[in-house]
Structure formats: structure tokens, C-alpha cells
Design a protein around this ligand. Structure first.
Ligand SMILES: [Zn+2]
Length: 310
């Protein structure tokens, strides 16, 4: 595990809406105020400044604090622990949880060891709950993506996501821990190439059809469930040369128009502008205010539709 946190990861965490973070910590926020958990408080004296994404108690604090500090103080965690807690709560994949960098010596990916798992996918109750109850992913998408699950010797359930190249060759596997809050969050078999996700969809694209680019595979499943064709690039990261090169390749080979709903924060916007340099025709779609990513938006729309349909 790396000793330092990636600065883009940290920025992503710093940009998590402060009031949402406070609520996840169990504070009741009303009209940008809540009871201060750091002193005996009977009138809400912790106040939130949404524009600066900070909060401050005017009784017991000398200065404003951001989301990471709030978590550190409230849960008594150190900086790194607080970052991991925040990332886990918000489905952000920290750099330290990603596959080892290619400059480290590791065994090449052995596809033959894993292929059979995806031939007959199997969903544990924990995986069904995660995919269908919490994220409302369409079962057809789960089948198309060949998502499967397994339990390790300790009884920990993992969701297993295969990564294929354009020709349908298995090139990497992502394991996601299905126990809430458990670490490590992700595991990748040695040599896994988990760069661009869902590349086989390119073969289904008709001329002139839209292709959405999402951040991370769970946003991609939401996008597919919403009826769009989509691929995903690794989440919460600066675009690597490798991914940039692959996108350029996809653009030249398939000549399609790319679309994107960037995450509603600074890193999300920056990723959009980076991608736009490689894909000049990339179309920007704005998420509604209050939706941090497409998954959240998708959940809102699907819930609304369900209410309307009785
Ligand atoms: Zn206070």
C-alpha cells in the first residue's frame, strides 16, 4: 500500500458536499446549521458555508473546517483513515486501492484462471442487494456485463467484474468488497488491465449513435440501465497516458460522437476538459444541482418514475 494519498483523490474528497458528509456522520442539518457535536450544544451553532464547502462552530472553533477535518474530529480518525472512510461512503476508488502500477514487477494476467467464473455468473444475496436494491441496475445489464460474485476463505463476499477488450478477450478483473465499510475495498488479480471498461459495447454501436463516457464501472452500469451505450474510464483519477491513448484509438477506429455527464465537482469538470483534448467533439451534459454523479441522478429518476407509475 502506498504511503501518500494521491492529491487528486484528496481533492475529490475535499469537494464532497460538506452538508452531505455531516449527515452521513449522523448530524441533523437544517437551514445550513446543526447542533455542534464538539461541545454541549442546545442551539444549533455549527453553521455550514456551502459556497466554501466548510463549516464552523462559533462557540468552540477558531476557524472553518472542511469535510476531511470534520470526519477526523467527529470519528477520532487520523487523516488517512478519514480519507478512506469518506471514499468508502461515497464510492470513490482511492488510488491506493487500484491495481499496482506497471513499473512494479508483477505476474502477467492469467485469463484462463478467471474466464470460467464469467461463463456461468452467480450472484450471492449480498451482490443482488448491492446491484438490484441499492443501485437499481437492470438485470439485463448485469448479464451483459457478466457480473458474478464469490466468497473468500474468510467468508467475505466479493462482486467480480470482468474487463474485456474490444475483441471480447478477458484482460482484467476487479473484485469489490461487498461488506459495507470493509477494507480493502477493491482487489485486482495480478496483472489485471482495468483501464477502459465495457469496450465490447463498441461493436454494437450503430453509425451516429451516442456513446457516453462515465467515471468508474458503477456509473457505467447506471448509464447502461438508463438505456444508453457507455464505456467507463477509471474513477477519480488524472487521465493516464495509457487511457488517453486508448480513447484516441477508439475515436479514430469507430468515429463516434462522445457524450459525458461529468461529476458535479471540480475534479469531474477537470476530467471532462482533459478528455475533450483527446475527443474534441465530446458533448457536455450537466447533472442537476444536488446530484453528485450519474448513479445518483439515475436513482432519483428511477424512483420518481416508480412513484408516478404507482
Ligand atoms: Zn462547538
Amino acid at each position: 500500500m502506498k504511503m501518500t494519498m494521491d492529491k487528486y483523490d484528496i481533492e475529490k474528497l475535499r469537494n464532497l458536499p460538506i452538508e452531505g458528509v455531516a449527515q452521513r456522520l449522523g448530524l441533523r442539518v437544517e437551514r445550513h446549521k446543526s447542533l455542534c457535536p464538539f461541545h454541549e450544544d442546545s442551539h444549533p451553532s455549527l453553521s455550514f458555508k456551502v459556497s466554501k464547502n466548510t463549516c464552523r462552530c462559533f462557540v468552540c472553533m477558531t476557524q472553518s473546517i472542511g469535510p476531511i477535518d470534520l470526519v477526523m474530529r467527529h470519528l477520532g480518525k487520523d487523516f488517512k483513515e478519514a480519507c478512506r472512510w469518506l471514499a468508502d461512503e461515497h464510492n470513490i476508488i482511492l488510488d491506493e486501492w487500484k491495481p499496482a502500477q506497471t513499473d512494479e514487477v508483477q505476474k502477467p494476467f492469467d485469463a484462463t484462471r478467471f474466464e470460467r467464473f464469467f461463463e456461468r455468473p452467480w450472484l450471492l444475496p449480498e451482490a443482488r442487494k448491492f446491484l438490484f436494491d441499492e443501485r437499481r441496475i437492470d438485470p439485463r445489464v448485469v448479464r451483459w456485463c457478466r457480473l458474478t460474485s464469490w466468497k473468500d476463505k474468510q467468508g467475505v463476499p466479493w462482486l467480480q467484474t470482468p474487463y474485456y477488450d474490444c475483441e471480447g478477450k478477458l484482460v482484467g478483473v476487479q473484485n469489490r468488497n461487498l461488506i459495507r465499510g470493509a477494507l480493502p475495498r477493491f482487489r485486482f488479480p495480478s496483472g489485471s488491465q482495468c483501464g477502459i471498461y465495457n469496450l465490447p459495447v463498441l461493436n454494437l454501436l450503430k453509425p451516429g449513435e451516442q456513446l457516453f463516457i462515465t467515471e468508474g464501472c458503477s456509473d457505467c452500469w447506471a448509464m447502461l440501465s438508463a438505456g444508453h451505450k457507455a464505456i467507463a474510464i477509471p474513477s477519480a483519477t488524472l487521465l493516464t497516458n495509457d487511457v488517453r491513448g486508448k480513447m484516441e484509438e477508439v475515436r479514430c477506429k469507430f468515429g463516434i460522437q462522445f457524450h459525458m455527464f461529468p461529476d458535479n465537482d471540480t475534479p469531474g469538470e477537470r476530467l471532462f476538459f482533459q478528455l475533450q483534448k483527446v475527443l474534441p467533439s465530446l458533448v457536455h451534459h450537466q447533472l442537476p444541482l444536488g446530484c453528485k454523479d450519474f448513479s445518483e441522478y439515475y436513482l432519483q429518476t428511477i424512483t420518481k418514475t416508480k412513484i408516478q407509475n404507482g
